[in-house]
Every structure is written in structure tokens, then in C-alpha cells.
Design a protein around this ligand. Structure first.
Ligand code: ARG
Length: 466
């Protein structure tokens, strides 16, 4: 049965039916569709737009359908045009003529955006909770590695020594921003669109605020044309999801590099690695590679919707039906990526000795040699020059700065004294960087405390949104 057969003389071409249908994608919003309809029909009863008996009968019918869909007694019929049509058709089949009153004062145009918003509200909170779980794993790993020295890089060249905790906490900051963006996006999408009708509201005395209240929205949308044609909330969500993937992808890249035989900073657990069908020695970081790969897919989803929307006149256009495939794909991809990545991180083994050895090579303490001179009154530029010459000498001799005797060091500058060795040891290089945000244990402990506080306050904020 079609919801709109009246003005047609011929049936629609079967290919067009298939082309037009969105049920294979939007059927996952069946619950949101029913909850939206329930709030709508109760309001119709309260406002005397339909009789109280009809309102109750329709509501009971909808509740039965929801139960039967959840326990598998009813299956969604993919011959229906979309989930909205399916629920309405099933309702009328179940309760008869009264079912046809459900759509009074409503259009599928405001209904579809309502359903999507309800669905997104729940999903964004789930994703936020997955990010928090990842932060908790990072917190745990960071706490275990406050003194695990590793080389820090710029340009992928060894730069200065840091700690593994410091490195992990950098990602926590990215995820903190991701969480704050998700919550911010949630606030903007928390406006209830129902009552906007097809584009120009309706002539019935509907009460939009009570529907918003019933469905747990903070407020209602203010312009009906915008309401039915707005997909900013989906684009904003996709943009946030893209950023989350970009962060996971950068992290994945590091994990792939760290797991190479050349680096050997970490070892992935067997549970989170795969083998090769031909090379028996292989243990591949497929999870990290897939997260990196799937990032492209989520960016694609964002670009899909931006492109769908770019030339659309007001108000609703069928092009917009394309939003859900992209949105759901991104939500699913981010969810599985976050969860799998978290497991991989939680189970990886850290080769502390190799990390430390990596930091002791490549002149990561050269800045500290210069700083030593500066603290002994040598101008920084001069100090930089002197240490440059020392490094050049060491490269030729294939030794570290620490290997030079005091006499040799004095040939470069008479300022050097016995205390230079202590001043440029890896531990000093790390521990002296006490500036807030830096790698020293004192600074990292503050970062850890602040992370814990931010995890707690985000959890509270999410609790309030439920
Ligand atoms: N299935 C459509 C969508 O996802 C909603 C239906 C609106 N259709 C219409 N003919 N106005 O956007």
C-alpha cells in the first residue's frame, strides 16, 4: 500500500519504486519513528484534533508494533517505501481505519528529520562513551609509563626525549576536544522539528512544545522551512566523526611504525594482529591499518552529504534522503574503530628498554647541552653554534655527546664542567622540563589528574543528556 496513491492513474515503474525506496537504510530508525509517532498522536488527542479514544487506540497499536518488532514477531517489509510508511501501513493493518488518522498535522518531511535527530542523539552519546573508555585506557597506560623514556620527534627525526606517558596524553587532549565538539553538536541538534509539516506547519492547533518535552528535546525549531530542509546537524556530526577518525588514524600510524622491526617500541597482542598466508614470520598490525583506511571512508561520508546539500533550494528535496546512508555508515565505522582500537591499545606490550635506547641515540639531548651553556652565561645563539660543532664531531666519530671526555668538551667551550654529564642525562632532560604540559613526571602527574577530572565531568554531562 502506498501513502500517496490517490492522484495517480498508473502504478509507479518497479525500478522507480526501488530507486525511490529508503527502507533498507532507514529501517534502523523504527524505534525512533514509533516514539515520535507516539508523542505526536498523544498531542493530537490532548489538543482535541482527534478524539481521545482514537488517540489511545493508535498509541496502543504503536506500542504493540514496537514490542512485536523488538521480539521479532513482525519483520520490516522492504517493499514499503520507507520506515515511516511501513509503520503507518502496519498500524492501519493492525487497528483499522483509525490508524489513518496518525498522520494528521504531520508530513514525512518533518517526521524524517525528527527520527534522524532522535537516532543521532542516542548514537552521539554512545560514541562519546566509547571515547571516554579509550581515554580511560590511555590514562591507565600513561600512569604505568610516567618514567618510560622515549624519543620525541619532529619531522620524524629524533628531537628531544619525552616519556611514553607524555606521548599518550597528547592523544587524550585530542579526544577531549572531540568530546567537547560532540557535546556542542548535540546541543545544536537538540531542537524538535515536528509540527513543521511538509514546509509550512499546519492549520491545526498543534502543541509543538509538549511534543518536544515528551521526546526529551531542549527546545523546538523556529522556522518550518529551515526545519525540514536542515541537515546541518548531520553534517556537523559527520565532521566531528571525521576528526575522531583523523585522530585515531594518526595514532594508528604511530602504532604501525612502533611495531616495525626497525623501531620495535611495542608488540601488539596476538588477539589484535593477523598473520600472512604466505610468510610464516609475519605479524601484521591490521587493526591499526584498517582504522587508518576507514578514515578515508568517513571523510567520504562527510563530503557526500556536503555535496548533496550544496545546491538545494528550500525546502525539502528528495536528494536529502541520501543523508542517512552516509551518516549511518560513519556512525558504525567510528563505533567499531573506537572499540577495536581501544582493545588493541589495552593489550599492547611496551618495550621500555628499546624506547629508552632510541632516546639515547640521535642527539636528543643536544638542546640540553646548549641550555647548560646558556645557564652558564653563554648567549643562546653562540651555544647553539658550539653544540652544532660538537654534534658534527660526534657524527664523524660515531659517538654520543655523553661519550666525550671533559677535556674534549672543553676544546669546544671552556664553560663545560664535570656536572655536564648529569645535566644532559636522559632523566635530567625529561625531569627538568617541569613546565605545565611538559614531559617531566611532575607535569605529567598534573596532566593525569586533570584528565581524570575531565573524564568525570564529561561523564556527568552525558548523564544529564540521557
Ligand atoms: N524517506 C524520505 C527521506 O528519508 C522521507 C520521505 C519524504 N518524502 C516525500 N515525498 N516528501 O528523506
Amino acid at each position: 500500500m502506498k501513502l500517496w496513491g490517490g492522484r495517480f492513474e498508473k502504478g509507479v515503474n518497479s525500478l522507480v519504486n526501488d530507486f525511490n525506496s529508503s527502507i533498507r537504510t532507514d529501517s534502523r530508525m523504527y524505534k525512533e519513528d514509533i516514539l515520535g509517532s507516539l508523542a505526536h498522536v498523544k498531542m493530537l488527542g490532548r489538543q482535541n484534533i482527534i478524539s481521545n479514544e482514537d488517540s489511545i487506540k493508535i498509541a496502543e497499536g504503536l506500542e504493540t508494533i514496537l514490542k512485536r518488532l523488538e521480539n521479532g514477531v513482525i519483520k520490516i517489509n522492504e517493499a514499503s517505501e520507507d520506515i515511516h510508511s511501513f509503520i503507518e501501513e502496519t498500524l492501519t493493518y493492525y487497528i483499522g481505519e483509525e490508524g489513518k488518522k496518525l498522520h494528521t498535522g504531520r508530513s514525512r518531511n518533518d517526521q524524517v528529520t525528527l527520527d534522524t535527530k532522535l537516532y543521532l542523539k542516542k548514537y552521539l552519546i554512545d560514541i562519546a562513551n566509547d571515547i571516554i573508555s579509550l581515554q580511560e585506557t590511555l590514562y591507565k597506560k600513561a600512569k604505568e609509563n610516567i618514567y618510560t623514556i622515549m624519543p620525541g620527534y619532529t619531522h620524524m627525526q629524533k628531537a628531544q626525549p619525552i616519556t611514553f606517558a607524555h606521548h599518550l596524553l597528547a592523544y587524550c587532549e585530542m579526544f577531549k576536544r572531540d568530546l567537547s565538539r560532540l557535546l556542542d553538536c548535540y546541543k545544536r541538534l537538540d531542537e524538535m522539528p515536528l509540527g513543521s509539516g511538509a514546509l509550512a506547519t499546519s492549520t491545526y492547533n498543534i502543541d509543538r512544545l509538549s511534543v518536544a518535552n515528551d521526546l526529551g528535546f531542549a527546545s523546538i525549531t523556529l522556522n518550518s522551512l529551515d526545519s525540514v530542509s536542515d541537515r546541518d546537524y548531520a553534517i556537523e556530526s559527520l565532521s566531528n566523526l571525521s576528526m575522531i577518525m583523523m585522530h585515531l588514524s594518526r595514532f594508528s600510524e604511530e602504532i604501525i611504525i612502533w611495531a616495525t622491526n626497525e623501531f620495535n617500541f611495542i608488540e601488539l597482542s596476538d588477539e589484535y594482529s593477523t598473520g600472512s598466508s604466505i610468510m610464516p614470520q609475519k605479524k601484521n598490525p591490521d587493526v591499526a591499518e584498517l582504522v587508518r583506511g576507514k578514515t578515508g571512508r568517513v571523510y567520504g561520508d562527510l563530503i557526500t552529504l556536503l555535496t548533496v546539500m550544496k545546491g538545494l533550494p528550500l525546502a525539502y528535496n528528495k536528494d536529502m534522503q541520501e543523508d542517512k546512508e552516509a551518516l549511518f555508515d560513519a556512525l558504525d565505522t567510528v563505533t567499531i574503530s573506537l572499540r577495536t582500537f581501544n582493545g588493541m591499545l589495552d593489550t599492547l606490550k611496551i618495550n621500555k628498554e628499546t624506547m629508552k635506547k632510541g632516546a639515547s641515540m640521535g642527539f636528543t639531548n643536544a638542546t640540553d647541552v646548549a641550555d647548560y651553556l646558556v645557564k652558564n652565561n653563554v648567549p643562546f645563539r653562540t651555544a647553539h653554534e658550539i653544540v652544532g660543532e660538537i654534534v658534527l664531531y660526534c657524527i664523524k666519530e660515531n659517538i654520543a655527546i655523553d661519550d666525550l671526555s671533559l677535556d674534549k668538551l672543553k676544546e669546544f667551550s671552556l664553560v663545560f664542567k664535570e656536572d655536564i654529564y648529569e645535566a644532559i642525562s636522559l632523566t635530567t632532560c625529561v625531569e627538568e622540563r617541569k613546565v605545565l604540559g611538559g614531559p617531566s613526571s611532575s607535569s605529567v602527574k598534573i596532566q593525569l589528574d586533570l584528565l581524570l577530572k575531565s573524564i568525570e565531568s564529561t561523564k556527568e554531562a552525558l548523564q544529564c543528556l540521557k
